[in-house]
Design a binder for this molecule. Sequence first.
Ligand code: UDX
Length: 479
Amino acid sequence: MDKNTSSSSSSAAAHVLIIPFPAQGHVTPMLSLAKLISFSGVFTTFVNTESIHRRLSGSGRIDGRRLRFRAVPDLLTDDGGNERDFDFPSMFFNLQESMRRGSTETYKKLLTEEFIGEWPPVTCVIADGVLDFAIEVAGEVGIPTLVFRTSSPCCAWTYATIPSLINNGIIPFPEECDMDEIVKGVEGMEGIMRRRDLPSFMRMVKSTEDNHIKLMNGFNSNLVSGKVIIFNSFDALDPTLLPIMSSYWPPIFTIGPLHLLTKFWVKNSCSSSLRQEDRTCMTWLDNQPDKSVIYVSFGTVAVMSPEQYIEFWHGLVNSGHRFLWAVREDMVKGKQEMEVTKEMEEETKKRGCMVEWVPQEEVLAHRAVGCFLTHCGWNSTLEGMVAGVPMICWPYFSDQMINSRFVSDVWRIGLDMKDVCDRNIVERMVREVMEGESALELRSSAARMADLARKSIDENGTSRANFESLVSYIKSAEL
Ligand code: UDX
């Protein structure tokens, strides 16, 4: 199938079932896709585990004419706990297993249902590329599967080169190796990646039998098992990598930034937030001067020690700039024992605002925000790019290591603070992004990037065209 060729043999009975991995960073872009596809006239069923389904209800989730929400039972508790437990491979393996045991029957039933009212049977599945079970079961019942990868193309490609990194002796990392050495073996990324920019789990791998390697190899097989691969990204970001990836993989559809496409196309859209947003921060932002605030957030998974938290806090305060910090209640490990001094409280009141969870897209788009201190999760990175806000990156794990390298050294829209947590460096980087010549340079390259992102979803933009051919493909008999 040529992704540039729209099919003419369209059928009105297309019905796509979309199933994300149960975590915020996966639900958000896949719900955007569900809204967009249903808006294009295709029947769309969005399937979550029961715990996520319940949490989405708080955001005003409502079934529409062509978009319906369904839940599959899981064996998880309803405390968002799967985002917290952080032995990465174990978390994935346990979750897949609990879904396999808890969800298969209901999922299979949804896949094989006959007509229900005007809803036709499911004609294809868009499965999260890390949800093995969803891909396997769709295969078993003979439904074509399209794979959606919620991380960046540069991350998916790095995972795919693991066999080559093993062959070249890069993994496992030799004892006492130089973390700043540029690694060989990632085709298309020559001269870019240092050891420290590889997915963080590679630092733990002791043998090629390691669980992390098994997990990543599983993600790689999932990717190539689909009819097509969908990325929440746009072509201008990876002009070198995407043609290389396309030469090895099924057709790739880059259709992002999805949150931007959704904003323009889908009216009255419900929020995808799984947590209660504290909107008092918007009033606080309204009272701050233009581009004066550093917005700080480390996403949904990252945790830090009280010592690291205090280093960040001092760095921010010492910079003299204002800050808005989204601090999840589970973000600082051992917070109970942490001593918050009077000085900290007073300084925060003077120039800061701290809340648990913010409406991030709105915050980033606010005129008062001048810098984004981020963990570089792919959604946050795209949201920062679209807003044209320069970033300071403090990646926590996995894909974030790669994204932060690209932000600083390929796209040049921010600074990478990876592997360091020191108040002096936080202060220096904040100043570099907020003050003088360096700030002007970063701001103008961030603005150029925002412009490229916007152009990609314009009438003649690449993401818009790719999205339209994806919908034609879903409607077609070619599946
Ligand atoms: C992880 C991975 O790093 C990411 O690349 C992967 O694809 C999904 O899981 P996560 O920590 O969830 O990332 O971060 P990110 O991908 O940035 O997603 C976080 C989302 O939460 C963003 O859409 C952001 O807007 C939202 N958010 C965060 C809020 O709405 N409010 C907040 O206060 C903080």
